[in-house]
Design a protein around this ligand. Structure first.
Ligand code: GDP
Length: 453
């Protein structure tokens, strides 16, 4: 019999309620030993009902709680589950957890509830990972991709790809059973065609990797410009609230400030670089050096110019550091009279004119950032799914094996060899949903979960 596990499923800290979750064959026995109410023992309660009472043992009461009872298999883990809603704050939940552990449960490992849900067939591996993505989602767009995956949209696509490969493999294996009969040329053609189309499908799923990466990890955006052009002000305008300190004295933003903005659903890590100070020497070098460093570590950049001041050597110096394919030229302070004339190579129709002070052009700037971010993604968004690095790695391995199969088919290699390669490709796809996942893979995935999930 599997152990019965217990953990505090709510975050550590003070709050309205905390929840201790217990799952496994002994969950109701644990609850019976601890729960006191006029309604009798929890093991007698109807499934999916919640009851008021106290938790305690040996005449000592730990807390007043609401206890819910959920019978297998219609539960998160597909096992018997008891959830004890106690008062928030660390002590009541800790005390209740420790009583559960004394009465037959053991402490759950990180992600163990979700791992059980997976092992008991309640969800596949993609859905289990989506639970974590949902918890970590920082924008609505990331949340929506996670919910899609949790609801099985990505799994459906992967399973469809897998089914196609299974059909092809079945064909080849059928011929293996009759070694005397060679595959007819037109059957070979058909298999080749099906294989290629299955590979195209896998590639289209793989193409969503960068979108997935962006939604999970976000992109980094460096804000560069000489002192006083309004870097901090533009950053605050993008964040939508006052964050970094804005002052009229040049060079006050000495250190790089990082903030997370939600721009059109994309988590964007903004870093406001140190401006170059007007003073010559060490400090100036430091400023350029820091800007260069930040630019090197950022996916994208905004180069900010002051609309109301002439173009200067410092502007030029920073422009030389920026990679034009990843940089948006921004002229700030358009509420003031124009005194800047950008050199021709910087002046383009992609220059955005804004005023951080009045808000003019900020929405357009957000649009431009969004376009620049998704431009790098190869337009894969229509699939409505966004895979992670593990999925991408498995897909790449699968596509490699299948490319090999295609080559060997064309070279009329033996069917045994074909079947073996095809099986490797199939296994790699199976890993994604967890059909062929090894213990190592499971360990790696679930160890990144929080305890109690
Ligand atoms: P940074 O040194 O580049 O970070 O520049 P700040 O954001 O600290 O801004 C420098 C000065 O310019 C401050 O006095 C801001 O109030 C002012 N400023 C920033 N943006 C605008 C703008 O769009 N219009 C006007 N008129 N002033 C601005």
């Amino acid at each position: 019999m599997e152990d019965t596990i217990a953990a505090i499923s709510t975050p550590i800290g003070e709050g309205g309620i905390a929840i201790v979750r217990v799952s496994g064959a002994r969950a109701f026995a644990v609850a019976d030993a601890l729960f006191n109410s006029r309604q009798g023992p929890p093991s007698q309660f109807a499934s999916h009902t919640i009851h008021f009472g106290t938790i305690g043992s040996n005449g000592e009461t730990a807390d007043q709680v609401m206890l819910s009872v959920m019978r297998a298999p219609r539960t998160y883990t597909a096992e018997d589950v008891v959830e004890i809603n106690c008062h928030g704050g660390l002590l009541p939940a800790k005390k209740i957890l420790s009583l559960c552990l004394q009465h037959g449960a053991r402490l759950a490992e990180p992600g163990e509830f979700t791992k059980r849900a997976f092992l008991n067939g309640r969800m596949d591996l993609i859905q289990a990972e989506a639970v974590m993505d949902l918890i970590h989602a920082r924008t609505e767009r990331a949340q929506s991709a996670a919910i899609h995956a949790l609801q099985g949209h990505l799994s459906t696509k992967v399973n469809e790809a897998r089914d196609r490969l299974v059909t092809i493999l079945a064909h080849i294996e059928a011929h293996l059973d009759f070694p005397d009969e060679d595959i007819a040329p037109n059957t070979r053609e058909k298999l080749l065609h099906d294989l290629q189309s299955a590979m195209d499908f896998l590639k289209s799923i793989l193409a969503t990797a960068s979108e997935g990466q962006i939604l999970r990890a976000g992109v980094s955006l460096a804000i560069v410009g000489r002192p006083n052009v309004g870097k901090s002000s533009v950053m605050n305008a993008l964040l939508g609230q006052e964050r970094s300190i804005v002052t009229p004295i040049p060079g006050t933003t000495r250190d790089t400030i990082e903030e997370l903005a939600n721009i059109r659903g994309i988590p964007v890590r903004l870093s406001d670089t140190a401006g170059i100070r007007n003073a010559r020497g060490a400090v100036e070098k430091l400023g350029v050096g820091r800007s260069r460093n930040t630019l090197q570590h950022s996916d994208l950049a905004l180069h900010i110019f002051d609309y109301s001041r002439p173009f200067s050597d410092a502007d030029r110096e920073l422009a030389n550091l920026c990679d034009s394919r990843r940089t948006i030229t921004v002229c700030n302070k358009v509420d003031l009279p124009r005194r800047i004339k950008l050199p021709r190579e910087l002046e383009s129709d992609t220059t955005v004119e804004v005023s951080a002070l009045t808000g003019t052009g900020i929405e357009e700037l957000k649009d431009r950032i969004e376009t620049l971010v998704w431009n790098g993604c190869g337009g894969s968004m229509h699939l409505g799914v966004a895979i992670n690095e593990r999925h991408a790695d498995a897909l790449r391995r699968s596509i490699n094996s299948l490319t090999e199969v295609v080559d060997q088919m064309k070279a009329n290699s033996s069917l045994e060899v074909l079947a073996q390669q095809l099986r490797a490709g199939l296994d790699a796809v199976g890993e994604i949903v967890g059909k062929t996942a090894t213990d190592d893979i499971l360990e790696k995935i679930f160890s990144t979960f929080c305890i109690g999930k």
